[in-house]
Design a protein around this ligand. Structure first.
Ligand code: UDP
Ligand code: MG
Length: 326
């Protein structure tokens, strides 16, 4: 961590919006007050801004955004040509933030995430952290169903070796270099929550209580949640393919045991004619097929990881000694 506290950054807040006309006025108001307050306290630069991304909304969201841009210097708008989904909208927004932004916060439009936590995120940034995760203190605002499925999901991901911060959604701060590193992951199926920890750099967590939606309804029905979970798993790991090999191997072992049993039955004389050969071939072929699928899967997995062309590393710093004589 650098010894010196970082200077007040130019902050950009990226807000993906899909059919959010009901919450938009509240969101705009809260974020504006926050920006003004932080700028007044010299925590951020005065020309910090908010970028609203309209993710192909079918309601008046874009009109609200355009009006807000016309009326406020600190508001910008980005309109996607169609609905691409939360993750893509977020990436589009992050990529559209210009080079001048030194710290970039992403937050949902519905004010479920505590806006005041952004202050603490910026403090952590100024203390030298490049990634600051907004982590929910509790999930009391969620339904039992959402809480339980989320818990199962986090455990499943952890079991497959995917590093991910539990109870953290897409409410976070990235420094300029962390964002640039993230944008080097050029994959189409991006699961941002899984990619951010891969970026590395020094990170911190900021805790907050997640509220219920201020207005409007969730744009993440169970169907989309499930799709995100599948995306998260299949875009981050090839463990499911390995499981097929594992299963194939297990079946082969079972086939061996079964072979011993079948042969013992045959030689002890109490079997129907033809039974041993049929049973043995079913077991054996099942095992061999599954194992072969797994091996093919292993290669497909490699191709899959290669086509992503993920960056191999990100340089955090390069030091050299310019003053030394020799
Ligand atoms: N969102 C989006 N595109 C979509 C779905 C959602 O940009 O296709 C945005 C939405 O406007 C909100 C954020 O993603 O700002 C999170 O969505 P939501 O609050 O509905 O999800 P939940 O909090 O219920 O999981
Ligand atoms: Mg929400």
């Amino acid at each position: 961590m650098p010894e010196q506290r970082r200077a007040a950054p130019l902050l950009a807040i990226v807000v993906p919006c899909y059919n959010e006309e009901e919450v938009f006025p509240y969101c705009l108001q809260e974020l504006k007050v926050l920006l003004e307050g932080m700028a007044a306290d010299d925590l951020i630069k005065a020309d910090s801004f908010i970028l609203f991304v309209n993710d192909g909304s079918r309601d008046a969201t874009w009109k609200h955004i355009a009006d807000a841009v016309a009326a406020n210097r600190c508001v910008r708008g980005l309109k996607l040509s169609r609905n691409e989904g939360h993750q893509s909208a977020l990436i589009a927004g992050l990529a559209a933030v210009d080079e001048t932004a030194e710290a970039i916060v992403s937050i949902d439009a519905d004010l479920q995430d505590d806006v005041s936590a952004i202050r603490r995120m910026v403090e952590a940034y100024r203390d030298g952290h490049d990634v600051v995760y907004g982590v929910r203190e509790n999930r009391e605002a969620d339904t039992w169903f959402k809480r339980t499925t989320a818990e199962i999901f986090y455990r499943l991901m952890a079991g497959m070796g995917i590093r991910q911060v539990s109870n953290h959604a897409d409410f976070r701060l990235l420094s300029r270099r962390a964002l640039d590193a993230l944008l080097r992951y050029s994959e189409r199926n991006a699961y941002i929550r899984g990619l951010v920890p891969m970026v590395g750099f020094s990170s911190a967590e900021v805790y907050y209580t997640r509220a219920v939606r201020v207005a409007g309804e969730s744009k993440y029905p169970f169907r989309k949640m499930l799709a995100l979970a599948v995306e998260g798993i299949t875009s981050m790991t090839i463990v499911p393919l390995r499981l097929i090999s594992g299963m194939g191997l297990c079946i082969c072992v079972i086939a061996l045991v079964a072979a011993a049993y079948v042969l013992w039955r045959k030689f002890s004389g109490n079997t129907v004619a033809g039974w041993p050969s049929i049973v043995l071939s079913i077991f054996f072929m099942g095992g061999v097929q599954m194992l072969s699928l797994g091996i093919i899967g292993e290669y497909i997995g490699k191709i899959y990881l290669e086509v992503k062309k993920r960056p191999r590393f990100h340089v955090e710093s390069l030091i050299q000694n310019n003053t030394s004589e020799n």
